[in-house]
Design a protein around this ligand. Structure first.
Ligand code: FAD
Length: 569
């Protein structure tokens, strides 16, 4: 046990590769790095395989060339479903590796004979069995950087305020994603910690303007499940003779050997059927109705609903079941915003720092593609980090003064006699961000108003949060990350002056291909948040010779009228 200047004790650990997070991405990253003979340490603020979103995932979908689907088809459909913002390099990784990741899971026993999945315990067993060191219930607060290189991380044991300092040659962020939910919703896995840590060190973040209401039914405008998922997921399921499925369940074929979907829209798949025809135009029907509900023309009653496997959470649902939607509850944002890794790689742009899974931007979604995509990316990140480490002989020299300063900063909220409770700040933040007119049907003036509040929080409230114990200490740091993420979401939403994908600007309800076939990249410059545009490669763009209405089949409310008015102006 070491101690810092002010006698804050800390435990020190060392590893070749540090993996933060132990869901699909973290587990695969650790296993791959370990298989290359390295000393690997996995840290999770919860329990291995049981934190984050991994325990919720049921379907796991991979690409099987034997299914008859071509890569061109999936590339084109994922591009179209993301309004051309998908990272095609990551789709290609999924083409290459996903089947093998499925086989790994079967070999580990994470997919049982009846198709049920059992990641949690299996992930922990596999990590331990293979000699990966595991630290559970340790929340990582920040990365340690020296001369532009990440050399580890700093955090503390959640249940006793003991600081942890980890020195490592390479670090992989597999910290999952985050979201803004209704007040009272538990925030533990919604806090975007990895993005915040990477951003503070200069990594690029993208996709923050997107929203992911997920539990929402298909009538919700900008519904990403409909927009990104259903159109392409069925044709690319592997053929059952390649991956023998477990027995039928409830009369439905299982999805890629996993539990069948309980989605009421689920249509049993005939493995021999030709790919379904393109959806009718317009693709999403009923937007107008939901839009009316959002605007308050339909009564809305708060209720508690169950979504997913026993998942419970406060929800907001119109009284009319037919109009079932939930703008704010359910699943968290994932894969549509995150760390923008280098093309074809999981390198973050910061030396020694890698990222994978929901923590990264890919804009690939669809039933089973998220868990599978996180597995694919995790494995690749583990290999890349291992290759980087193989060129380094020893752990970098660490400046002890810097570490001690960081430890003191992490624990400062415990020493404050007066300050804001993190629970109060989170309530305020959730109240501010979740109304439909802030993040869903956006307008410049409402975004500006919310941003003004966030700027106030950043300047006057976040630095004065106070913790009375180690539990509150974790909440303080998570809340600070959420406030930072709120700023990113609002700035990116203001910056993208069009509607695209899961970003709907009520005041600009149409795509603008001339200016916005581009990613919004967020980075830090001189301590300030900056948004820039990065054009997507020309060969990834839609066929610009097609008329607009054919190029994009999903309509935003008011889109065609807006375009008509623009053209006539
Ligand atoms: C209800 C629900 C249903 C879903 N269903 C499906 C499905 O059927 N099919 C599908 O493909 N996908 C599904 N998904 C999405 C899928 O679960 C995720 O895409 C996937 O699990 C992400 O894996 P990951 O490893 O990237 O992140 P996560 O599983 O979220 O893991 C992140 C880990 O990092 C840890 N962590 C975070 N911050 C810190 C920190 N500061 N310090 C230490 N540890 C930290 C967390 O505790 C967690 O264990 C579903 C998600 C939900 C919520």
């Amino acid at each position: 046990m070491n101690s810092s200047k002010n006698n804050i004790r800390y435990k020190e650990y060392q590893a070749d590769v540090l993996v933060i997070g132990s869901g699909y991405a973290g587990t695969f990253a650790a296993m791959k790095a370990k298989a290359r003979g390295l000393d690997v340490l996995v840290v999770d603020k919860g329990r291995a395989g049981l934190g984050g979103k991994t325990p919720w995932a049921a379907a796991f979908q991979c690409y099987d060339p034997a299914s008859g689907q071509t890569r061109e088809h999936t590339l084109e459909s994922t591009a179209r479903d993301s309004d051309y913002l998908v990272r095609r390099d990551i789709v290609e990784m999924w083409h290459e590796d996903s089947l093998q990741r499925y086989r790994d899971l079967v070999a580990w026993g994470a997919i049982e004979k009846n198709g049920e999945k059992n990641q949690g315990d299996v992930f922990r067993q596999q990590l331990r069995k293979n000699g990966v060191k595991l630290l559970e219930k340790v929340a990582i607060v920040d990365l340690i950087e020296q001369h532009g290189t990440v050399i580890g991380a700093i955090g503390f044991f959640n249940q006793r305020a003991t600081a942890v300092v980890i020195k490592a040659k390479a670090t992989i962020l597999c910290t999952g994603s985050g979201s803004f939910k209704v007040p009272g919703y538990p925030i533990g896995s919604l806090t975007h910690d990895g993005q915040a840590m990477a951003y503070r060190l200069g990594a690029e973040i993208s996709g923050k303007e997107n929203v992911d209401p997920h539990e929402t039914k298909k009538r919700f405008l900008c519904h990403p499940w409909g927009a990104y998922g259903t159109e392409y997921q069925w044709p690319i399921l592997p053929k059952f003779d390649t991956l023998p499925p477990p027995p039928m369940k409830d009369g439905k074929p299982p999805i890629d050997g996993c539990a069948p979907s309980d989605d009421p829209d689920y249509v049993p798949l005939d493995p021999n059927a030709p790919p379904p025809p393109p959806p009718p135009f317009p693709m999403v029907e009923g937007d107008e109705m939901t839009y009316a509900a959002l605007r308050g023309d339909v009564p809305v009653t708060p209720q508690v609903v169950v979504g997913g496997k026993g998942q419970k959470g406060p929800n907001v649902m119109p009284e009319d079941e037919e109009l079932h939607f939930s703008a704010t509850a359910g699943m968290a944002m994932h894969r549509f915003d995150g760390i923008f890794t280098r093309m074809g790689s999981h390198q973050t742009g910061v030396t020694g720092l890698y990222a994978a899974g929901d923590a990264t931007y890919s804009a690939i979604n669809g039933l089973g593609v998220s868990s599978c995509g996180s597995s694919v990316q995790g494995a690749r990140a583990g290999i890349e980090a291992a290759e980087y480490v193989s060129g380094l002989h020893s752990l970098p020299e660490v400046n002890e003064d810097d570490i001690q300063q960081k430890v003191e900063l992490v624990f400062k909220p415990l020493q404050r006699e007066h300050g804001y409770s993190p629970a109060w700040v989170t309530q305020y933040l959730q109240n501010l961000m979740t109304p439909y007119f802030v993040l869903y049907a956006k307008r410049a003036e409402t975004l500006q108003a919310a941003l003004m509040n966030i700027e106030y929080l950043q300047k006057n409230v976040v630095p004065k949060m106070k913790a009375k114990d180690s539990h509150e200490l974790r909440l303080v740091h998570e809340t600070a990350n959420m406030v930072l993420n709120a700023e990113m979401k609002l700035r990116a939403s203001l910056f993208r002056e069009e509607s695209r994908g899961a970003h709907f600007r009520e005041d600009i309800p149409a795509r603008n291909d001339e200016d916005w076939l581009a990613w919004v990249i967020i980075s830090q410059e001189d301590g300030k948040m900056k948004c820039t545009k990065r054009a997507i490669p020309d060969e990834w763009k839609p066929d610009l010779t097609l008329p607009y209405e054919k190029r994009y089949r999903k309509r935003y409310p008011g889109e065609l009228e807006y375009r008509g008015a623009e053209l006539n102006a």
